[in-house]
Design a protein around this ligand. Structure first.
Ligand code: NAP
Length: 550
């Protein structure tokens, strides 16, 4: 028997982040009996949690906002080209309030388990408050970077000062002045934090294992006049995002790398280095992603930029990656990052030379010496893409766990369905278009598609939808093939499932985490699937609509 009304929903969405907010809007508009279950005490997902100094978009703000409501686009004024976390959270709360979505959200509720009931064709969810909720369809709005990971260092509990992961940066104001601060990690997060706090702390010691290629964000304010022009141009802005591989306003330079003389290449790079946002990465020659020689030449150009900006040549060399080329890992965008190392109060410790040995009561110990500090900041990244799925006990047909199915990497159909897990859909899942592009653009595509699917299911009175094994195998092979031509395949980063702090992910074995075919190709493919009666998905049951949820 399906559980009684009050604990049963037609659809449960897990996560009140950018995806969950839009998904519930679409479901409410359809009049569906739906709710969002969120573990945090507020909405906003990544922008609720990541409150560290320097946290901001590296997507142009006006490409990050939702596009579904003209009224919303017309009333919102983005204050900066790359808006900071407090404003981003304010925006998401504004959206929820404007469309009266908060009453469809349940906060401080963590889904501990989700088991598929084959007899009833429903999902049974165990919530941490002791409730069991059921739903016909389960929509995963889980964050792709929402499970922070700490180093596995001895003595972490013994530290007497304050320590936290950037994801858990204290909500109350933290005074860093006169404090001795250590930060571990120089990914996109660490680079944002370091650039922002270097001139605000007493002393900052950066513990760097591997440097990352990074380039200026070139942020700036948006005036009323500029915002009016952006509003008038929204249609074109979103159309540009839709036709570019990354879902950004930056279109690749389609000229052949080797057909353009070296001076012209350098002139382009000089211009891109001054251009805001990811232009340096995404408006570059396409060869830098695929051709080692082209990538090496461009990487050397960026290395020279670092040498020009960092006064101490020895420090500059330490900040230049040697094990991978520019752009084969996610490129952190920086503001004053390299200049931070010119300050007397900032010190770089290369822990690839002198590894961290343990945390002590007073700080950090490397193989060389002790560093006494007041605060340790762990900017050590996430159990990316599949981590949030692994944290829930998800069981499908025959009790198979998703954790076990995905232990060597995810396999999906379109990044939306998982064979063996009927009625579970992922608008921004692993191997989907949104995982590799400007998130909200991909998320809107994914949510719209999943909403149309649910509408189709309801119209036909289906009670069960599941991808075939064949469709999943074919898609996962395709995702693999897309990596094959990319230099990123060999990089040790979350794009390929590497994380030294997660058991099983530390050895750097390749996992096909994201779809690299680009947004237009992805959208064409999922639209073709929908147009062909959802080929690759089997539907069953033709129960009258009313009986599906009662
Ligand atoms: P990350 O890119 O995975 O970087 C983690 C850093 O911590 C790396 O430098 C890593 O070194 C280091 N590290 C990890 N474990 C360590 C250990 N045990 N000992 C020493 N060092 C260790 O994580 P992230 O910087 O949080 O960024 C993750 C993603 O979040 C980004 O790629 C981006 O997609 C997103 N993000 C977005 C924004 C934005 O949009 N504005 C901002 C921040 C982050 P190794 O390189 O040697 O592993």
């Amino acid at each position: 028997m399906v559980a009684k009304t009050g604990s049963h929903y037609e659809v449960i969405v897990i996560g009140a982040g950018v995806a969950g907010i839009y998904q519930i809007k679409r479901l409410v508009d359809l009049g569906m009996n739906a709710t969002v279950i969120e573990a945090a005490s507020g909405l906003g997902g990544t922008w609720y949690s990541n409150r560290y100094p320097g946290a901001r978009f590296d997507s142009e703000s006006y490409t990050y906002g939702y596009s579904f409501s003209k009224e919303l686009l017309d009333e919102w004024h983005w204050k900066e080209h790359f808006s900071a976390q407090p404003e981003n959270l304010r925006y998401l709360n504004h959206v929820a309030d404007k469309f009266d979505l908060r009453r469809h959200m349940q906060f401080n509720c963590r889904v501990e388990a989700a088991h598929f009931d084959e007899a009833e064709n429903i999902w049974r969810l165990q919530i941490n408050d002791g409730r069991t909720l059921t739903c016909r369809f389960l929509v995963m709005g889980l964050g792709l970077l929402s499970i922070p990971t700490l180093p596995r260092l001895e003595g972490m509990e013994s530290f007497k000062g304050r320590s936290f992961h950037t994801f858990h940066w204290p909500h109350e104001k933290l005074d860093l002045s006169d404090k001795k601060v250590a930060i571990i990690g120089t990914g996109a997060t660490g680079i944002q934090v370091i650039g922002e706090i270097a001139d605000k702390v007493g002393h900052l010691t950066v513990f760097q294992r591997r440097p990352n290629w990074s380039a200026p964000l070139n942020n700036g304010p948006i005036s009323e006049k500029e915002m009016a022009a952006i509003r008038a141009d929204y249609d074109e802005i979103f159309a540009t995002c839709a036709r570019t591989p990354g879902g950004f306003v930056h279109e690749p330079d389609r000229r052949g790398f080797y057909e353009v003389p070296r001076e012209e290449r350098v002139a382009l790079w000089d211009r891109l280095y001054r251009t805001p946002g990811f232009a340096i990465w995404l408006a570059n020659f396409r060869e830098i992603f695929m051709d080692e020689k082209a990538n090496a030449e461009f990487s050397e150009y960026i290395a020279d930029r670092i040498r020009q900006r960092v006064k101490d040549p020895k420090v500059a060399e330490k900040l230049i990656p040697k094990d991978h080329g520019f752009g084969v890992q996610r490129v952190p965008m920086e503001t004053n990052y390299f200049e931070a190392y010119n300050r007397d109060n900032v010190e770089l410790v290369d822990i690839s030379e002198t590894p961290l040995v343990r945390v002590t009561e007073t700080g950090l110990r490397t193989s060389e010496r002790d560093y006494d500090v007041d605060i340790i900041i762990y900017a050590t990244g996430f159990d990316a893409i599949t981590g949030a799925y692994d944290r829930i006990d998800i069981r499908g047909i025959g009790g198979q766990t998703l954790r076990e199915k995905w232990k060597d990497g995810p396999s999906t159909y379109l990044g939306i369905f998982i064979h063996g897990f009927p009625n579970l859909i992922m608008p921004n899942g692993p191997q989907s278009g949104s995982a590799s592009t400007n998130y909200p653009r991909g998320i809107e595509t994914g949510v719209d598609w999943c909403t149309a699917l649910l509408k189709h299911i309801r119209a036909n009175g289906y009670v069960r939808a599941e991808a075939t094994q064949e469709a999943e195998d074919q898609w996962t092979r395709h995702v693999n093939d897309m990596y094959a031509m990319m230099l990123m395949r060999r990089a040790k980063s979350w794009f390929t499932g590497y994380n030294s702090n997660v058991a099983g992910h530390e050895e750097g074995r390749f996992r096909p985490m994201i779809y690299n075919g680009g947004a237009p190709k992805y959208v064409r493919r999922i639209n073709r699937v929908a147009g062909n009666d959802y080929e690759g998905v089997t539907f069953s049951g033709a129960a009258p609509v009313a009986s599906a949820a009662s």
